[in-house]
Design a protein around this ligand. Structure first.
Ligand code: BES
Ligand code: MN
Ligand code: MN
Length: 453
């Protein structure tokens, strides 16, 4: 199989570059046709790889691509999940090369979606091709690649709930997460949940002259800033009443294991060009970014932001706020607690509205399962080192729903790196990681089939 990968290396890369040229941004309706083109590309590539069938399922949002290769009903069935949608590429001016014109530089592919998740799910299609071509496929494979992960997967939830038979499987395999370093393989055993809200503070019924009215009425931007700053205290704790009530604290042993993973604080600071890290008192950076919940403003606007000065007291101010959740917080409960608290913070001089966006539940998976062990063995063989279990800070909302609706855990065997700049300008994916993934995935199926016997 290694030989087959080596022989087809160029083509494997060129196909991915072709996919990366399609601007499949799910958040922006301007790209609706490109979303369709990307789905068609994925369908065709599944068929070209040798899938028995590959279909496009329309949804009220973007289409879902489903394909399968059923070898033998007596073999275990693995559902592979990924997403062909990408985050918006803005701000375009910060890219060193256009986001949808992939270039290879220093052994890395630069493009929006290079790692998240086109580069990663495409490894599965190339691994499938490799296994079929070499007649080594030891599992039945179902593949579901969706187009709305970056906007909350709401239509996929409906699809999964309505198609449990189609998606029935023994386990789920996902490559949409990261490893610690190319010489420090790891497997994420958890994901954080998410509550995302937009808030609006409204003061006077129109923009006002900031001299004529300034000092006499509440300025919604000032009020919003006060409200936001009161959401965390000086210890970095979130002040929303009840916010921590359901949080499962890790045992001393679990914390020690988590903190034993290699982490270079100086390199971390240097990479981000920050003088110091910040966060909840009493927790390490690893803990703060994986097993502790957070609250962050993702965007804030209001008033005049054009060139020069305009003396205006704005009528409105807005912000987008995300909260990352950990077991056993739920997005619904946290959203309700936040809304109640935020509304209660508003002085009588303004009106406040909280509008919930998407959410998702946190997720954890044990390391003593057959599927975790198969992933561990696969990575140990391909990297030459046993992978370390870590907890991820990001969210993949469908994973908790898979567990509830399909009754199966997901294995997060991702191959990205922190330096891949997901969601940022100049996103990239290492060629090493792309090919390492294609090499490792068939080993997962091999060991999984063996262990399941
Ligand atoms: N692939 C990421 C999540 C991720 C990245 C997990 C790195 C672990 C390590 C995913 O595409 C993502 O960005 N998810 C969103 C979820 C959201 C838009 C509902 C997130 O985490 O912000
Ligand atoms: Mn992703
Ligand atoms: Mn993403």
């Amino acid at each position: 199989m290694k030989q087959y990968i080596e022989k087809n290396k160029e083509r494997f890369l060129n196909e991915l570059l072709e996919l990366l040229r399609i601007p499949s941004v799910s958040a922006d309706s301007k790209f609706k046709e490109d979303m369709k083109a990307a789905a068609a590309f994925v369908q065709k590539s599944m068929l070209d790889a040798g899938a028995d069938r590959a279909e496009i399922f329309e949804t009220p949002g973007h289409p879902i691509v489903y394909g399968e290769k059923m070898v033998d009903p007596s073999l275990p069935t693995v559902l592979v999940y990924g997403h062909y949608d990408v985050q918006p590429a803005d701000p375009y001016e910060l890219w060193n090369s256009p986001p949808f014109e992939p270039v290879i530089k220093n052994d890395r592919i630069y493009a929006r979606g290079a790692c998240d998740d086109k580069g990663q799910f495409y490894m599965h299609i190339k691994a499938l091709e490799t296994m079929i071509a070499n007649d080594t496929l030891a599992c039945n494979i179902k593949m579901m690649i969706e187009g709305e992960e970056e906007v909350g997967s709401s239509h996929l939830e409906t699809f999964v709930t309505a198609n449990k038979d189609l998606l029935a499987c023994d386990t789920i395999l996902i490559s949409d997460t990261s490893i610690i370093a190319n010489d420090v393989p790891s497997i994420e055993t958890g994901l954080r949940g998410l509550t995302y809200v937009e808030v609006e503070v409204v003061g006077p019924n129109r923009d006002l002259h900031s001299g004529v009215y300034g000092g006499g009425v509440a300025n919604p931007i000032n009020v919003l800033c006060d409200m936001i700053s009161s959401l965390t205290d000086s210890d970095g704790r979130i002040t929303v009443p009840g916010f921590y009530d359901q949080v499962v604290d890790l045992s001393v042993e679990e914390r020690a294991a988590l903190n034993a993973a290699p982490f270079d604080l100086e390199a971390y600071k240097k990479d981000l060009d920050v003088g110091d890290v910040a966060g909840e008192k009493g927790y390490s950076t690893i803990e703060r970014t994986s097993v502790r919940p957070t609250l962050d403003v993702n965007g804030i606007w209001g008033g005049y932001i054009g060139e020069g000065a305009k003396t205006v007291l704005p009528s409105k101010a807005n912000a987008k706020i995300s909260m990352r959740l950990v077991p056993n917080q739920t997005d619904e409960e946290i959203c309700a607690l936040f809304t109640k608290h935020f509304e209660s913070l508003a002085p009588a001089s303004v009106k406040v509205e909280v509008r919930p966006h998407h959410g998702g539940l946190p997720y954890v998976t044990p390391t003593d399962s057959v599927e975790y062990q198969a992933a561990e063995m696969a990575m140990e063989e391909s990297f030459g080192k046993k992978p370390i279990p870590t907890r991820g800070g990001g969210s993949i909302p469908i994973v908790a729903l898979f567990e509830r609706e399909l009754g199966q855990k997901s294995i997060l065997m991702g191959f990205g790196l922190d330096i891949d700049a997901l969601h940022s300008p100049n996103e990239s994916y290492g060629l090493f990681n792309y090919y390492k993934g294609i090499e490792t995935i068939p080993l997962f199926f091999k060991y999984y089939a063996q262990l399941k016997k």
